[in-house]
Design a protein around this ligand. Structure first.
Ligand code: ZN
Length: 55
């Protein structure tokens, strides 16, 4: 099964996530890593990959 491709979340000039609007520092993945990419990757599960990570 092909992984689902989704646009990667980014942090805007105010330090807010473009996906959910929360501050980046509130994005703590289960492994303790802080960041919008790691947090939302874990929330999506293993079936999703960010478009800019392909190729
Ligand atoms: Zn977010």
């Amino acid at each position: 099964m092909q992984p689902m491709l989704v646009p990667a979340p980014e942090v805007n000039a105010l330090g807010e996530c473009t996906w959910c609007g929360e501050l980046e520092e509130l994005h703590v993945a289960p492994d303790g890593e802080v960041g919008v990419r790691a947090f939302h990757r874990s929330a999506l599960g293993g079936s999703a990959r960010f478009i800019d990570e392909i190729g």
